[in-house]
Write a protein that binds this ligand. Structure first.
Ligand code: NAP
Length: 205
């Protein structure tokens, strides 16, 4: 969680199978209601009603959820090459051309516009996750591993787990969970402070 005194940071949340598969044909490769409920609970959880979470996602992931009730209250930042020509339809929707532009926009909203943003969640897909894993702002990866192998056309990037330590978050289910005949487990990986990426030069000028 982020308070205005804290440095800006982002958290990844993702579910992948044993081959790092995350998606098929623009949607999820599995149906696991308990995992979906956990995910929606996490991205919507705020410590008080005056706070709001933000999400960053690519255009395809956004389109897969765009009318879903669980995203209504979130400040949604969509990464698309068409950002300049896409008009947002409400105050909680914003289009940007790059992942870096998404983090810059959210820092301005938090500081200059005084939006009470608590957590910034990175929701994928592949390239957005890859940029978040390299970002100096990455704090945690909420990593669900779905047991088994699924047909997938989209994958979570490989990353060096030695740069992270496992931490507890009381909101996360402990141990192996099973629903709809599929088992999954959630780990919370926190980047070690000595692994912080160098500051982004563009943001310092
Ligand atoms: N299991 C999970 O936790 C999870 C999480 C997220 C997504 N998914 C699944 O993954 C699939 C979608 O992921 P995806 O990787 O195919 O697509 P995506 O990242 O959701 O969307 C790709 C699009 O986003 C824009 N984009 C992404 N990175 C960009 C960048 N750096 N600069 C400019 N534009 C960028 C481009 O939009 P334009 O074409 O408009 O320029 C690109 O075509 C779906 O199947 C979804 O269900 C699964």
């Amino acid at each position: 969680m982020m308070d205005p005194e804290q440095p800006f940071r982002v958290d990844i949340i993702v579910a992948n199978d044993k081959n790092r598969g995350i998606g098929l044909n623009g949607t999820l490769p599995w149906s696991i209601p308990a995992e979906t409920n956990y995910y929606h609970g996490m991205i919507n959880h705020v410590s008080s009603p005056d706070k709001q979470n933000a999400v960053i996602f690519g255009r395809i992931t956004f389109q897969s959820i765009r009318d879903a009730h669980d995203y209504e209250k979130l400040l949604k930042v969509v990464v698309t090459r068409e950002a300049a020509s896409t008009q947002p339809t409400d105050r909680n929707l914003h289009y940007v051309p790059t992942f870096q532009a998404a983090t810059e926009y959210l820092q301005i909203e938090r500081e200059r516009e005084r939006r009470n943003i608590e957590t910034v969640w990175v929701l994928g897909g592949s390239r957005i996750y890859d940029e978040a894993l390299r970002s100096p702002y990455l704090h945690r990866v909420y990593l669900t591993t779905v047991q088994g192998e699924f047909a997938c056309d989209t994958h979570f990037p490989e990353f060096d787990r030695t740069h992270f330590g496992i931490v507890n978050d009381p909101r996360v289910p402990v141990g192996v969970q099973t629903d709809n005949g599929i088992s999954f487990q959630v780990e919370v990986l926190e980047r070690k402070s000595d692994q912080a990426a160098p500051p982004n030069i563009d943001l310092l000028v």
